[in-house]
Design a protein around this ligand. Sequence first.
Ligand code: ASP
Ligand code: MG
Length: 411
Amino acid sequence: MALIVQKFGGTSVGSIERIEQVAEKVKRFRERGDDIVVVVSAMSGETNRLIDLAKQVSDQPVPRELDVMVSTGEQVTIALLAMALIKRDVPAVSYTGSQVRILTDSAHTKARILQIDDQRLRADLKAGRVVVVAGFQGVDEQGNITTLGRGGSDTTGVALAAALKADECQIYTDVDGVYTTDPRVVSQARRLTKITFEEMLEMASLGSKVLQIRAVEFAGKYNVPLRVLHSFQEGPGTLITLDEEESMEQPIISGIAFNRDEAKLTIRGVPDTPGVAFKILGPISAANIEVDMIVQNVANDNTTDFTFTVHRNDYLGAQQVLERTAQEIGAREVSGDTKIAKVSIVGVGMRSHAGVASRMFEALAKESINIQMISTSEIKVSVVIEEKYLELAVRALHTAFELDTPAHQGE
Ligand code: ASP
Ligand code: MG
């Protein structure tokens, strides 16, 4: 008999019919003899609706009150699901985050879980009940309701699984797993049977939106096996684990991630002196702008070029800051480009294979795609290219690294 935490997202509980379907599914697991804790999100669109309401009252709603309000979305779905289960003769009970006592810090709208009291849940499980817990919310030391940030129900699921030492945390959603890349861009994209936490973290932070990043971090830290599955289709989904076993079929690259949300800024003719990188990026970070990729050229004539990327929304702000810096340090010019995209290949297999980056560059060269910036880490190579070549690049790399579905390989 296993202990399983099942998390159902907003679309999976988006209507009464769907909630009834989820109840049927939970019932089937229950009948197999498993102990089940279910975590649910609010009905799809509900959290946005609530935030809109708040914005009608105030441009900047007080975070404490915002949390009191948005946490109600999940309070509705836990009760509905518990009712649907009880109607099916499945003993069930629902709890809000504070009733469980999911203790968090007091950072309203982005709180972190500190501790979970598992006594009540264990007693219910022992008594044969399915426990339905509200995702996305907790309570701080002072008893204030807190929320965990958008998409936070994933984190609730993982945290409960960690606290209860569950055998698996299953994340049910509207896709049937994690794919080698976005199937809307590459029709031959494949569902991965398995991926490591590390790889998933890279995929998620590079724009693959299946799971909340914090949930993946949490799962990795506490080694909670995570499985992404389709709510209403049968199938094994994708298992995310620590395990990095080398098998014959282990591909070098597990996935290709991309993102169009970045913009690039260059400052040219910068005096090549100690402290210059700090002079350039210090004011950027003081303006609360996050920098992603950074490239500095080898100096030529005692001056150098410096390029970095920021989120597109921060482009104009960063440009202003940089113009000022350029004047101060006597740089030649500032230029920038918002029509860029970042494409990354991700895979733990890179650790044990040489030549992965050059294979990537070769594939891009064959398509005459110019690489503007490159950065690498142990399990990732990222390039910045012109945005209009994004789809072409992703498809070329998907084929070059033999990720296409077998029927299409070599096409
Ligand atoms: N309902 C919350 C949101 O929409 C939390 C979640 O769905 O995970 O962000
Ligand atoms: Mg979600």
